[in-house]
Design a protein around this ligand. Structure first.
Ligand code: 5AD
Length: 350
């Protein structure tokens, strides 16, 4: 997708003008350098390394872009048993990382009690480990229980802030329900991550601007953004990915507009551009990398999109150091809490 504006849009005076200018018009070198400076002010040279465990690829949803969608009958499905999840998390802990991201499709076979048990075992066996959950939409009581059992953070990308676009991509789901969950997660004290895909079929620059204005307003602790990458057993198989420069412009604009946010250079970005994608992301406002610890026999089945790249901890450490940045396995909690509110953000100022 090329970001260009027509004459009418160029002349539109609106609250979103600054965002529009950055995303669509500002020369790229200046835009990326600005984001890099902002990142450096809030975060310095640190890059937080997280351990990622994709513990189930079952999903009850049918999102058009995602290879885990329930309609994909070609995918070999797996679930890791709780004992294996806990022992993999111990391995992540022993490698020195103090954040684990537990991710799955929307798989309610892992009951509330089961996930709570996993969280509390991790908290006992791995003192000081931050637990980030990324297990999709569930009843609100589940989130409260996860929080009470010690989960620290929750990633639930909003995926698309435009109602019509959201509806067209997520059959049977509603944007309003997603928003209710995100507000609830924040209210009960999770550090919350949102985000979206760049370059989805049907997505226009105005949609991306809506996404940015939403993120600015919502004031998330974390933001996950990656390019659309087609998966061949989905309805969007024949569409192509956006240009790397489009994604980098978007990342930089988000960084500038939202200020203090933990933002990974994502695997999708590196899948689009090779390991150079990580470097490019880290130079466009990103300050986090997730290293995949999913066991090898099942890893290839977590096929959200095709050709997903895998990079080990040692290689990530080398890559980060080569950029003159400092890899950190520390918890890397939100910059917003407790003492660094985002002055740009309406809800932090309140
Ligand atoms: N391309 C890029 N990102 C995708 N995701 C799902 N499918 C794709 C795809 N084809 C993203 C979604 C989801 C996250 C785990 O992966 O945004 O929230």
């Amino acid at each position: 997708m090329q970001i260009t504006l027509n004459e009418k849009q160029r002349r539109l005076p609106s609250a979103s003008q600054a965002v529009r200018y950055r995303l669509c018009l500002q020369p790229q070198v200046a835009l990326l350098a600005h984001a890099d400076r902002i990142r450096n002010v809030y975060c310095g040279r640190q890059v937080f390394i997280r351990g990622l465990l994709e513990f189930s690829n079952y999903c009850m949803r049918n999102c058009l872009y995602c290879g885990l969608r329930r309609g994909n009958t070609k995918l070999i499905r797996y679930r890791l048993p709780p004992d294996q999840i806990v022992s993999m998390v111990r391995a992540i802990y022993n490698s020195g990382l103090r954040t684990v991201v537990l991710q799955s499709g929307d798989d309610h076979v892992y009951s509330r009690a089961c996930l709570c048990d996993i969280i509390s075992r991790i908290k006992t066996l791995c003192p000081g480990m931050a637990v980030t959950l990324s297990v999709g939409e569930r009843p609100l009581q589940d989130y409260r229980a996860f929080r009470e059992y010690g989960a620290d953070r929750y990633l639930l990308r909003h995926e698309a802030r435009n109602e019509r676009l959201y509806r067209s991509l997520h059959p049977g789901q509603s944007l309003a329900a997603r928003m209710t969950i995100l507000e609830y997660l924040k209210k009960i004290g999770f550090q919350v991550g949102v985000g979206n895909i760049v370059g989805l079929p049907g997505q226009k620059p105005k949609h991306l601007i809506e996404d940015i204005l939403f993120m600015k307003e919502f004031c998330p602790d974390m933001i996950g953004i990656g390019p659309f990458i087609p998966q061949r057993h989905t309805p969007l198989a024949d569409f192509s990915s956006p240009a790397l420069s489009t994604v980098l412009r978007y990342l930089a604009t988000v960084c500038i507009e939202t200020g203090v946010t933990l933002m990974p250079a994502t695997t999708a970005l590196a899948t689009l551009a090779g390991p150079g994608g990580y470097r490019a992301g880290l130079n466009a406002g990103c300050n986090v990398i997730m290293v995949n610890f999913t066991p090898y026999p099942v890893r290839k089945h977590y096929r959200i999109y095709d050709n997903k790249i895998a990079i080990g901890l040692a290689e990530v450490l080398r890559l980060v150091r080569a950029l003159g940045r400092i890899p950190s396995g520390a918890r890397g909690d939100s910059f917003r809490k407790p003492k660094q509110p985002n002055r740009l953000c309406a809800s932090c100022r309140a």
